[in-house]
Structures are given as structure tokens and as C-alpha cells.
Design a protein around this ligand. Structure first.
Ligand SMILES: C[S@@+](CC[C@H](N)C(=O)[O-])C[C@H]1O[C@@H](n2cnc3c(N)ncnc32)[C@H](O)[C@@H]1O
Length: 334
């Protein structure tokens, strides 16, 4: 009789959340910031974090086994990965983004219920304005992501000679700020829900871009875009929507674009056969727990939807991990 396959991969998948939980706990405790200045004993770390010494020791051991920190006779210290991205105050700090993952963590625990009901378990409104702390984590998480790994997205967007950018669902406004800094003569309008843009205004001002980036309360289910634009960006937005929602957003955006206007869509996308890649498939599932209508789309689907609103795809760029975004450039027909 043929031996059954080794069950080890199942155990590995079923316990993979242990690693996520250890990382998120350490970020919430700000442990990597405590270790920023060099090796510390477990007792000194517990002192700094005001945490239980034995439990802190267990967490440090796990983080060290995960190669995020290292243990030496002098104590525990950050390894380069943690040192570059997990220390508060450093330019690439990913803390808010990982804390935001922590906020979502309990939602994944109810994935079976979400799949059964077809609705997100927690109301997305909580992080879209209703709950101030969660909204703040969400908006600042997006900001830090865009400033760090997301800069690559901004670098493939060419708005030379353009003057008015609509940043639809622009969230923190980070891309608008980066793009106006890169392209002389460009002004941008971040269009997002009122509870979100109150944080966008702070972020844009902190980047010194307040004069060229306006932030306007806007609901893409209800409102037409408020102006006329010669370019538009829809970044990380369409993964919240089923095809009907996407078509609605594209219709409204294309209607506000001048003929010849450039329309960029950047997002996690699936292959045209919708069978992968793994990150896209998992991200689509994440969007099912985060938003009632979450879905990842393929380039082929979006090409057809863009065509229907008078836009032609003129290029696509696939950015590898850790971005995992595909950037579509389209132009409105003259
Ligand atoms: C993942 S974020 C992307 C933010 C930003 N474009 C970026 O790439 O960093 C999705 C954005 O869509 C916004 N959004 C969700 N529902 C919306 C709606 N009905 N109208 C306008 N914006 C909405 C959210 O507030 C959020 O800022």
C-alpha cells in the first residue's frame, strides 16, 4: 500500500500564526525599539517594557529563533531586518502597518463564518472613520507602507507635464505628496472618506506638501469627482470591490478625466487565469475579512472595464515582493 503523504506541511500551516502573533506582540510592546541601542539582558528588556520577566524571556527566545533578534553572551540585540524596519523613529518604520495587521488578526480567526455568510465579520466602517484609533492605525499604516516599500509604486508613475491629479481613495495622501514633489507643476487632490482625510491632511502637511495637495471628503459610491483632472491614480482601492463597484469607480473617474488624461491603477492583482499567485490569492481572502466586497482583479478584467469607459491600457508593470503590486497605465481616448 502506498504510504500517505507526510502531514508535516499541514501542521506547519496550522501553526503559522504563532510567528505572526510573536512579531505583532513584539511590535505592540515596542520591543525592537527598546533593543535599538545594543544588547540587553532579558531582565533589562522586561524592565524597559514593564512586562513579566519570564514571559518576556519566552518571547525573546521565539524572536531569536525566528532570526529577528540574536542572542549573545551580552544579551539580545536586533538583527538587521528588525533594525531597519521595526525601530520607531527610523525612516522605514513599519510599526503602524504591522499594528494594523494585528488589528485584523482576530478577523481571520472567523474566516469560516465570513465564507459562510459572504460578509465581512466586522464592519469596515470601524477603520474608515468610526473608530478613531483604528482609523488612525489604518491611515498611518498605509502612510508608512507607502513611504517605505511603496515608494517603488510612485517611481513607475510618470506624470511629467501633468497638472491636476485626482488621487481616488488616496488614503494618507502619501503618493500624492511624493508625486507632487517629483513632478514640477503637478497639484493633487486626495479624495477619500471624511473620517480618513482628517488624518491625510496631517500627513500631507508633515511631508511639507500641504500647498500642492488638497484633501477632500468624498465617497466613491455616492459622489462624482469634484473637479476636472488630466491624470488620476487609483491605488490599493479596487481590491475592496466586486466588479460592479470597480466599474462604478472607473466610470466616475473616467468621466472627470480630460481626453488624453492618464489613469493609473496600482493594486495587488491576480493572474489572468485567476489561479494565483499565492500572495494575490491570500490578499484577496484578506480583503474578504476586511471589506464586504473584497476581491482581487486580473489585468485582463480591468482592461475590458477600462475599455468600456473609454480608456485604453498602454502599459503594465509588475512589482515584485514585498510590494506585490501591478501598475496599469491607461489613457482616456481623445
Ligand atoms: C488600501 S487604502 C489605499 C490608500 C492609498 N490610495 C494608498 O495606496 O496608499 C484604500 C482606500 O480606499 C478608501 N475608501 C474606502 N471606501 C471608500 C469610499 N466609499 N469612498 C472613498 N474612498 C474609500 C479607504 O478609506 C482607503 O483610504
Amino acid at each position: 500500500m502506498k504510504a500517505p503523504p507526510d502531514p508535516a506541511p499541514l501542521i506547519e500551516i496550522a501553526t503559522a500564526y504563532w510567528g505572526s502573533a510573536a512579531l505583532i506582540a513584539a511590535v505592540r510592546l515596542d520591543l525592537f525599539t527598546a533593543l535599538a541601542d545594543g544588547p540587553m539582558s532579558a531582565a533589562a528588556v522586561a524592565d524597559a517594557l514593564e512586562s513579566d520577566p519570564a514571559a518576556t524571556d519566552a518571547l525573546l527566545t521565539a524572536l531569536s529563533a525566528m532570526d529577528l533578534i540574536e542572542k549573545s553572551p551580552a544579551g539580545y540585540a536586533n538583527r538587521p531586518l528588525a533594525d531597519a524596519w521595526l525601530v520607531d523613529g527610523r525612516p522605514g518604520f513599519l510599526g503602524p502597518a504591522l499594528r494594523y495587521n494585528g488589528d485584523n488578526y482576530p478577523l481571520w480567526g472567523d474566516l469560516d463564518a465570513v465564507v459562510r455568510a459572504g460578509r465581512a465579520h466586522a464592519a469596515p466602517d470601524a477603520y474608515l472613520g468610526d473608530d478613531e484609533a483604528r482609523t488612525r492605525n489604518f491611515v498611518y499604516g498605509m502612510h508608512h507602507r507607502a513611504l517605505g516599500v511603496g515608494r517603488a509604486v510612485a517611481s513607475v508613475i510618470d506624470l511629467a507635464g501633468r497638472e491636476r491629479l485626482a488621487d481616488v481613495g488616496g488614503g494618507p495622501g502619501t503618493y500624492s505628496a511624493l508625486l507632487t514633489q517629483r513632478f514640477d507643476g503637478l497639484k493633487a487632490e486626495v479624495l477619500d472618506l471624511p473620517g480618513v482625510v482628517r488624518f491625510s491632511r496631517q500627513i500631507v502637511a508633515s511631508m511639507g506638501a500641504g500647498e500642492r495637495v488638497a484633501c477632500t471628503g468624498f465617497d466613491y459610491y455616492a459622489d462624482d469627482l469634484p473637479g476636472s483632472y488630466d491624470c488620476a491614480l487609483i491605488s490599493g482601492v479596487l481590491h475592496r470591490e466586486q466588479p460592479d463597484g470597480v466599474k462604478q469607480i472607473l466610470t466616475r473617474t473616467a468621466a472627470a478625466l480630460e481626453p488624453g488624461g492618464a489613469l493609473y491603477i496600482s493594486d495587488v492583482m491576480l493572474d489572468d487565469d485567476r489561479a494565483g499567485p499565492v500572495f494575490g490569492a491570500m490578499f484577496a481572502l484578506n480583503m474578504r475579512v476586511m471589506a464586504h466586497d473584497g476581491r482581487c482583479h486580473t489585468v485582463a478584467e480591468q482592461r475590458a472595464w477600462l475599455d468600456a469607459v473609454g480608456c485604453d491600457v498602454v502599459g503594465t508593470t509588475r512589482l515584485p515582493a514585498p510590494i506585490n503590486y501591478t501598475v496599469i497605465r491607461a489613457e482616456k481616448r481623445r
